[in-house]
Design a binder for this molecule. Structure first.
Ligand SMILES: [Mg+2]
Length: 197
């Protein structure tokens, strides 16, 4: 009999029961806190990376030397990186050329097709892959459905777009439900432990 995983993509078992598909496994102030040691502690050998507001300010084409250096350091440590962006293919390619790793634009997150393709390209088991992004309803939801280790980072800039504003308010409500005040001073810390069912 088909289970829920078959219906939503069939990549892997759902993340921990009771954890909630909208719950990031970890919250970080920025991606640069992700070091080779951080990944090793968590058994991660590959990362799917969102672009806008995760690696660079939303819509930016300006160089960010520190992010290019950060990505190079991870790759030197043997970490596979893959850009999974909902931006236009052209814009994603512009950044892929600078960042010097592979990936796609128009990923359609949280839909599972691009997550499956990324996993196939990385040739890693899903348990060794993390999804890093700044949005709950695309990056984190899709990563959790895929069964990846999800890491939410604080957005680099606050978008003024009305639909983003609404999404941010909803994100804040969800995160508060998990005992975390996104705009509070303690936002770098890990979530409170889940209740056991
Ligand atoms: Mg983003």
């Amino acid at each position: 009999m088909p289970g829920v995983n078959d219906l939503i993509g069939g990549v892997s078992p759902l993340p921990r029961p009771g954890g909630g598909l909208l719950r990031p496994r970890e919250l970080l102030e920025n991606v640069e806190l992700i070091t080779p040691a951080f990944l090793e502690e968590r058994g991660l050998r590959g990362l799917l990376l969102d672009l806008d507001n995760t690696l660079i300010p939303y819509g930016s084409y300006e160089d960010r030397a520190e992010i290019i250096a950060w990505a190079a350091e991870l790759r030197r440590a043997g970490i596979k990186l893959y850009l999974l962006s909902n931006a236009t293919a052209r814009r994603a390619q512009f950044w892929l050329d600078k960042l010097d790793f592979v990936g796609v634009g128009l990923a359609g997150k949280p839909l599972q097709r691009s997550y499956r393709r990324a996993l196939a390209a990385m040739q890693l088991p899903v348990s060794q892959v993390g999804m890093v992004g700044d949005q709950l309803f695309t990056d984190i939801l899709g990563g959790n459905i895929a069964g990846m280790y999800t890491i939410m980072v604080h957005p680099i800039v606050n978008n003024a777009l009305p639909h983003t504003h609404l999404a941010r308010r909803l994100e804040r409500l969800v995160l508060k439900r998990y005992g975390h005040d996104w705009y509070g001073k303690d936002r770098r810390t890990q979530m409170k432990p889940e209740k056991t069912l």
